[in-house]
Design a protein around this ligand. Structure first.
Ligand code: CDP
Ligand code: CDP
Length: 208
């Protein structure tokens, strides 16, 4: 069983994906980490993010183990950098096989990202499109940063979120959008528990 979760930044994809995977005993992949990791390697080597060839080379040779544990991949700056390299078609192609094969050994898999239901796993059994108002998403990120003791300005975060939404939705390759057969879940007024309960109903209704 494959569950695809797509949606914009800080809509709650990761939190929900993790909980669904735990509930069903499925494998979970936060696909944003792949693009974050490509950007990270380029930055470590002082290669500009605008270098498509280099980005593609890095994506083709990416070590996909332990991405979950790499704290350097978190944070707004890496999200922004990821959204630059993720717009390159050859980079996306390079990361496709891994995402398509993910979870083959498990009884099921949950993948979250931007194009899971549309490109990576169009065959998914359940497709969720998670949204929330930009202001609420900015509040969440703001809370997260303050909780980690980092400096953060709400207005700046909101601006970043809007810019990233814009870039992800309007790129020519695998733009962020709901698959035709996705169920949209607006979490603006739902806390993580409530969002999980709603998602569970949707998944249960679709379970073969
Ligand atoms: O957690 P957040 O939604 O802020 O970011 P993320 O999911 O880690 O994704 C970072 C960036 O990677 C996004 O802004 C997208 O540009 C890109 N991405 C993508 O293009 N396709 C995916 N399946 C996942 C992420
Ligand atoms: O993966 P994505 O960027 O879509 O979002 P996330 O990392 O799952 O969630 C971003 C932040 O919002 C986390 O701190 C979550 O605890 C919080 N959150 C929330 O307040 N309400 C929700 N319904 C979902 C997530």
């Amino acid at each position: 069983m494959i569950i695809a979760i797509d949606g914009p930044a800080a809509s709650g994809k990761g939190t929900l994906g993790k909980r669904l995977a735990e509930h069903y005993g499925f494998a979970h992949l936060d696909t944003g980490l792949l693009y974050r990791a490509v950007a990270r390697v380029l930055m470590d080597r002082n290669i500009p993010l605008a270098d498509r060839e280099a980005a593609t080379e890095v994506a083709l040779n990416l070590d996909v183990s332990h991405l979950e544990d790499d704290s350097r991949l978190r944070g707004a700056a890496m999200g922004e950098a990821a959204s630059v390299v993720s717009a390159y078609q050859p980079v996306r192609n390079a990361l496709l096989a891994f995402q398509r094969g993910f979870g083959a050994q498990a009884s099921g898999a949950v993948l979250d990202g931007r194009d899971i239901g549309t490109v990576v796993r169009p065959d998914a059994d359940v497709k969720l499109f998670i949204t929330a108002a930009p202001e609420e998403r900015a509040r969440r990120r703001h809370r997260e940063l303050l909780g980690r003791g980092e400096q953060a300005e709400y207005e700046r975060i909101l601006e970043d979120i809007r810019r990233r939404d814009e870039r992800d939705m309007n790129r020519s390759t695998a733009p962020l959008k709901a698959a035709a057969d996705a169920v949209t879940l607006d979490t603006t007024h739902l806390d993580p528990d409530a969002a999980f309960q709603e998602a569970l109903k949707i998944v249960e209704a679709k379970r073969p």
